[in-house]
Ligand binder design. Structure first.
Ligand code: ATP
Ligand code: MG
Length: 567
């Protein structure tokens, strides 16, 4: 072996358990060294951050071992699936930064699966059951107690074949018949107790229309599709561990039918991603959308890829987060704060710094000439000089944040208070001289004097002042709507047994601020451009934003202030 290929113990240990399994297969020359994975979404909803974890695994393995990862839409239940979901899934995977080999559909294999089912019937390994689903469930038994055979279990092959054909006609009544594998009603693995292979559905299919009326179940489609495509490693989440023996059994039968024994897929399972304060179930996410508790699948509060994109998360930040949590064999609950930290870190390197005042109060520089303006230079990103600069207009009347002024301030208040100096970012040092209040005692205007010698970047400007404030010229800014998001749910763990998830929703997860101001340069930014509102957080223009009516989504704050509040 080439010396370079010999791995140190340390390198071997840093491989994920999946990589270790794959390297073992490669070392043993399995499947002629071919690596093929797949990402198999069901097009019954939008992808969420949990899917991103599976995507990073499936595509990551293929890339690392010079293999291919195909996309397979697991479209075996027409009553829940549609093309809108297909389109969005394709878009989201691309945006995350991955490129698939081929796009396949489980529905491409409906005929092959049908033929395989017929073969199993002919072998005496499948039968049509005419009991109700309740009766079938009652006969299942428990893991420690054997089930009871269906009265239809031993009907003759010819009858089974005729009934199976009937199941696939428009006249067949939904729920009146199912095709079951004849395996073992006493097996401790419940999936072996004559699992259902086919059921009747009359909803037209998004690709095959009304051609089929009988559709295969997951367990009778997934492994088989893997086999048809030549998948070598079928990587999925831990809940499929108990399905694996059945997965293998159907592959055994398929190989027997085909008389091809040169390769077979293996199923490998890793832990699902669960995140605090949100949900990962498409069924529940769909409920939130349909009940209008959020504004669509891409609502920035949603854990969907499209929601995160709209909110301003970067694909690199999402991928870094997935890398940092890793893959294990144990289910856990990951902290949302970890995801946010990864996003924050990535955006720090990427985001253009702009000025925005979310809660404005007027500041008048009393000794600055009326009608005069100056263009101040703002560095776009101190982390990346190549990002260049832009200018912002300075004038006598400015907006600053209401919070940045206090009339009677404590000693450690390094913002604006009468008699103290602060720097206005990229502009001058000012000294606060007072303020005007209305009859209710609210601050209406703040007054200050500027030091003309203290302009940023100028000789002599280096006098130390403790605080630096951001500002906007009232005549040279645009009104903006800013949407601030809080956690979608009030509790860390939303999967509480016996608890309706609706009751855990945070009623204040969206705050819309309509009286904000941004510099014109920010108002011109479009969705997809990463921004930092200086001293506030990371933001992105919403997809509905226009330069005339700018709308911004808050992506994440500059610091994790949230953890403190709740502890
Ligand atoms: P749901 O039960 O919410 O509908 P699903 O698992 O049925 O989700 P699929 O579209 O079938 O969704 O999933 C496609 C792939 O993504 C599967 O391999 C699945 O294991 C994986 N996946 C789904 N959710 C997660 C998650 N939370 N963490 C990691 N992988 C996931
Ligand atoms: Mg699924």
């Amino acid at each position: 072996m080439d010396k370079q290929e010999i791995k140190t113990n340390e390198e071997r240990q840093s491989l994920s358990f999946v990589e270790q399994m794959i390297e073992k297969d490669l070392a043993e020359g399995k499947n002629n060294g071919r690596i093929q994975t797949r990402f198999p979404p069901e097009p019954n909803g939008y992808l969420h951050i949990g899917h991103a974890k599976a995507i990073c695994m499936d595509f990551g393995i293929a890339t690392k071992y010079n293999g291919v990862c195909n996309l397979r839409f697991d479209d075996t239940n027409p009553s829940k699936e549609n093309n809108e979901y297909v389109e969005n899934i394709l878009n989201d995977i691309h945006w995350l930064g991955f490129q698939w080999g081929n796009v396949y559909y489980a529905s491409d294999y409906f005929q092959q699966l049908w033929d395989f089912a017929v073969w199993l019937i002919e072998k005496g390994l499948a039968y049509v059951d005419e009991q109700t689903s309740e009766q079938i469930a009652e006969q299942k038994g428990t893991p420690t107690e054997a089930g009871t055979n269906s009265p239809y279990r031993d009907r003759p092959v010819e009858e089974n074949l005729a009934l199976f054909k009937k199941m696939n006609t428009p006249e067949a009544v939904e729920g009146s018949m199912v095709l079951r594998a004849k395996l073992d009603m006493a097996n401790p693995n419940m999936h072996f107790r004559d699992p259902i292979m086919y059921r009747i559905i009359h909803t037209p299919h998004h690709r095959t229309g009304t051609k089929w009326n009988a559709y295969p179940m997951y367990d009778f489609a997934h492994g088989q599709s893997d086999y048809f495509e030549g998948v070598t490693h079928s990587i999925c989440t831990l809940e499929f561990v108990p399905h694996r023996p059945l997965y293998d059994r159907f592959i055994d039968y398929l190989q027997e039918k085909d008389q091809q024994h040169d390769y077979r897929p293996v199923q490998i399972e890793f832990n699902r991603l669960n995140l605090t304060y949100t949900i990962m179930s498409k069924r529940k996410l769909l409920a939130l959308v349909e009940e209008k508790r959020v504004n669509g699948w891409d609502d920035p509060r949603m854990p969907t890829i499209s929601g995160m994109r709209r909110r301003g998360y970067s694909p690199e930040g999402i991928r870094n987060f997935i890398n940092s949590i890793g893959y294990t064999k144990f289910d856990a609950l990951n902290d949302m704060a970890l995801l946010e930290a990864a996003i924050r870190e990535d955006l720090n390197a990427r985001a253009t710094r702009v000025s925005a005042v979310l809660n404005p109060v007027k500041l008048v520089i009393t000794n600055y000439p009326e009608n005069e303006t100056e263009e101040m230079v703002a560095i776009n990103n101190p982390e990346n000089e190549a990002d260049g600069t832009h200018t912002t207009t300075f004038s006598k009347t400015l907006w600053i944040e209401r919070d940045d002024f206090m009339e009677d301030a404590p000693k450690k208040f390094f913002r604006l208070t009468p008699g103290k100096e602060v720097r206005l970012k990229n502009a001058y040092i000012i000294m606060c001289t007072g303020c005007k209040k209305n009859e209710k005692g609210e601050i209406e205007e703040i007054y200050a004097e500027y030091d003309p010698e203290s302009k940023s970047g100028r000789e002599g400007a280096s006098r130390k002042v403790k605080g630096t404030l951001h500002w906007l010229s009232t005549e040279h800014c645009r009104k903006a709507e800013v949407r601030i998001y809080d956690r979608l749910f009030n509790v860390e763990n939303t999967a509480v047994e016996g608890q309706d998830f609706h009751e855990l929703l945070n009623p204040d997860s969206l705050q819309v601020m309509t009286e904000c101001y941004v510099e014109p340069y920010a108002a011109e930014r479009k969705a997809g451009e990463y921004l930092q509102f200086q001293r506030i957080g990371y933001f992105m223009a919403d997809i509905d934003s226009t330069p005339e009516h700018p709308i911004f989504n808050k992506t994440v704050g500059l610091k994790d202030s949230w953890a403190k509040i709740n502890k």
